[in-house]
Write a protein that binds this ligand. Structure first.
Ligand code: ZN
Length: 250
């Protein structure tokens, strides 16, 4: 049975509107920068949301307010490189005491306004994911599927619920997007976050990203993936986000 067709899932690089929700200013670029660039070039409406201000993304004697300001500038530069013209910042404090519900409360009006076909975010269920901002953000996005499909969010019928959800940095990826032609721009957008990546480790990390991507291309695309670069996602329909144990293996 073709469960994906049954659930109405489209190819991820064939949507006309997409919302990318990231916990910190650089997560979208690392997880999905190539896909963002590919969609933006195709004429898809791409909107990004950044949940926190990234003020804790360093060690050492740096003023958190100053770091937050710097990261906002880096974020704006990265968005421009990827062709993102609409960007929203929620402004929660990085590693702050905000809750998953606080994020849901801000996300629901954004979703109802933009009505994206797909919402993309970090996978909060990836084993060993310990960062609270990633867990809260990913779960808040998923919770929006439940809220929008209920009377908790009053809507005139037919109620809007995103067609699908896609999670990057997932240990259970089921989809690959070929981003070979957008790999360089993805790397440049990551490098725009100099506060995070202008480090001695960056060349090795960059090589690892490429190795990982080439491996995934062969895994997902078979022989035709040889030499290609992909980003991988766990794509699920809203139905699979509740009472659906098979979602993990779909
Ligand atoms: Zn992050």
């Amino acid at each position: 049975m073709d469960l994906r067709a049954l659930l109405g899932l489209k190819p991820l690089d064939d949507v006309r509107s997409a919302l990318f929700v990231q916990p910190h200013p650089d997560d979208n670029e690392v997880g999905a920068g190539g896909t963002i660039a590919k969609l933006a070039v195709s004429g898809c409406r791409v909107v990004t949301v950044t949940v926190t201000d990234g003020r804790c993304g360093a060690t050492g004697p740096i003023d958190p307010n100053q770091l937050a300001r710097r990261r906002q500038q880096e974020l704006e530069a990265a968005c421009e490189m990827l062709g993102v013209r609409e960007h929203i910042e929620f402004g929660f404090e990085d590693l702050g005491a905000y809750t998953e519900e606080d994020v849901v409360e801000k996300l629901v009006p954004v979703l109802l306004d933009i009505r994206p076909e797909v919402v993309v975010t970090v996978d909060p269920w990836t084993p060993y994911e310990a960062h609270p901002d990633h867990v809260k953000t990913g779960r808040a996005v998923a919770q929006c599927a439940i809220r929008l499909a209920s009377l908790a969010v009053p809507q005139h019928p037919p109620a809007y619920v995103p067609l699908m959800f896609a999670f990057y940095a997932s240990a259970y990826a089921n989809t690959a997007v070929d981003v070979t032609e957008h790999w360089d721009i993805k790397l440049r957008a990551i490098e725009a976050h100099a506060s995070q990546f202008a480090t001695p480790e960056w060349p090795a990390l960059k090589a690892f990203f490429e190795y990982q991507s080439r491996q995934a291309a062969v895994q997902f695309l078979g022989a035709s993936g040889d030499g290609r670069l992909v980003e991988t996602f766990k794509v699920l329909s809203p139905r699979q986000l509740h009472f659906f144990p098979d979602a993990i293996s779909s």
